[in-house]
Design a binder for this molecule. Structure first.
Ligand SMILES: [Zn+2]
Ligand SMILES: [Zn+2]
Length: 469
């Protein structure tokens, strides 16, 4: 068996691993590489393998860095099945066309710039139409069900606890060349215990070969704070100041977690009844998918549903979803107190920018940051207390209070990653660390060696091919 690491090698984006066994080619994830525009475009367009020769694809979860290049794969000739869990398939059905739309807009913008310089127009990587076409190749499977996807290759998905539908991929393989059976586990992105809505990551009893993420290698998350208490305090505060609570959140995942946490507090009578708006079309579409997949909820959600006899965990009195632009604009002049949850989570684009522009210079308002903020994003500047900041080319003094909610990270930290391997009854004989920058990957390698005496851990280079023994 050979594995070639075509993406997320010493970096976190563009997850793509090609497994070759028994004459078959199986692609694990087909993520979009995100980086500088020109380089990213080329890498994403020129996939390093013949698309039509791939026999099957397996998608660990719907995040764009794992799924976002599926439309290119199909556009360029792939005609096999794409295996995913039910929820991942349905999330991809909203996220891939959204990504196609973004690709079209980006190409339009780049074309305008190029024409000004007398250069060629730019083609989108793929269109919304390409994204819709790719959806017909999905074949969804429930967690825990084993399916023979090719002769001698059995696939089972287990909970990864990272986002709705996220899966650890297990392949039980009968390797005819080597004349023996073995197991390959791909962790996908591994989540953490206790995240709202999601079940905890599953323990895998054993594997021979492990491909594992390392995003937070060497780093430990801050202790999970009492999120309920934080929300209670902030909402009481804005009721007093008649302010607005602005929550920038990723449209898929974080928004639904925040809505559910607020709904619980609301049902328990622990927060005053004030209007709450979810202002992001993608978040609204994603929420519809979350509603369709109660099979992926954890026990806490089921208990909540029973206690309050409430079968919609994303809808309550005073919660409004604003899809239309007019409804979103109406919030600009509305008086507080109210809460608005909007995307993008790192405040680089989307409707959140309008809310920030309007509210950021008023000390009565609060901005609650709910996720990790990449360097050089507006979100990071707010966390670093930079003021004034630029939004749509204008400077604004930051006078609203900026707070951060810890503990909602969707990724296991270095100790949680190690504990996940430790829980295996039989340890892998060969481990590959992917989906992490080199430094965190090396830190995790050292930790696995020192604490578990795990041997043969390798951090592959981009496009490195390994003959697995
Ligand atoms: Zn992910
Ligand atoms: Zn990822």
């Amino acid at each position: 068996m050979k594995i070639t690491f075509h993406g997320a090698a010493q970096t976190v984006t563009g997850s793509q691993h090609l497994v070759e066994v028994n004459g078959y080619r199986i692609l694990l994830d087909c993520g979009l590489y995100q980086g500088k525009r020109k380089e990213a475009f080329q890498r994403n367009r020129d996939l390093p393998f013949e698309e039509k020769n791939i026999d099957a694809m397996i998608l660990s979860h719907a995040h764009i860095d794992h799924s976002g290049n599926i439309p290119s794969l199909v556009k360029n000739g792939f005609r096999g099945p794409i295996y995913a869990t039910h929820a991942t398939r349905d999330l991809a059905a909203t996220m891939l066309p959204d990504s196609g739309h973004i690709q079209e807009k980006d190409a339009e913008f780049a074309t305008k710039q190029n024409l000004k310089r007398g250069e060629q127009p730019v083609e989108p990587l793929y269109t919304q139409e390409d994204a819709y076409n790719s959806l017909s190749y999905f074949e969804s499977i429930n967690y825990g069900w084993t399916k023979q996807i090719l002769e001698g290759v059995d696939l089972t998905f287990y909970d990864a606890g990272h986002m709705l539908g996220s899966a650890i991929v297990t392949l039980d393989i009968e390797d005819r060349d080597a004349g023996r059976d073995f197991r390959l586990v791909f962790s996908g992105d591994l989540g953490r215990k206790g995240l709202p809505i999601l079940r905890d990551p599953s323990t895998i009893d054993y594997t021979d070969i492990l491909i594992m993420e390392s995003t937070y290698g060497g780093r430990v998350h801050e202790a999970m704070q009492d999120t309920a208490q934080t929300f209670k305090n902030i909402i009481q505060h804005i009721v007093k100041t008649k302010g607005v609570l602005i929550i920038p959140a990723f449209a898929v995942g974080r928004t639904q977690q925040v809505v559910y946490m607020l709904q619980k507090l609301h049902s328990a009578g622990e927060i005053p009844i004030i209007p709450i708006f979810v202002d992001s079309p993608l978040a609204i579409d994603a929420t519809a998918v979350f509603r369709m997949h109660p099979e992926a909820y954890d026990a806490d959600v089921r208990e909540y549903m029973q206690t309050y006899n409430d079968d919609d965990i994303f809808g309550f009195e005073k919660l409004r979803y604003t899809r239309k632009v007019e409804d979103s604009k109406a919030l600009n002049t509305m008086e507080g107190p109210f809460v608005v949850i909007s995307a993008s989570g790192m405040m680089e684009a989307g409707r959140i920018l309008h809310h920030l522009r309007n509210r950021i210079s008023d000390p009565n308002n609060v901005i609650l940051i709910t996720g990790w903020q990449a360097p050089n994003t507006l979100g990071r500047r707010l966390l670093d207390h930079v003021s004034p900041i630029r939004i749509f080319g204008e400077e604004h003094r930051v006078q609203a209070e900026v707070q951060k909610l810890n503990g909602l990270s969707g990724h296991a930290d270095t100790n949680e990653l190690t504990a996940w391997v430790e829980a295996m009854e039989k340890r892998p004989r060969q481990t590959f660390l992917v989906h992490g920058e080199l430094e965190p990957a090396q830190a995790l390698k050292k930790q696995l060696e020192d604490t578990l005496q795990l041997e043969r851990i390798h951090i592959p280079d981009l496009h490195e091919q390994i003959e697995v023994l």
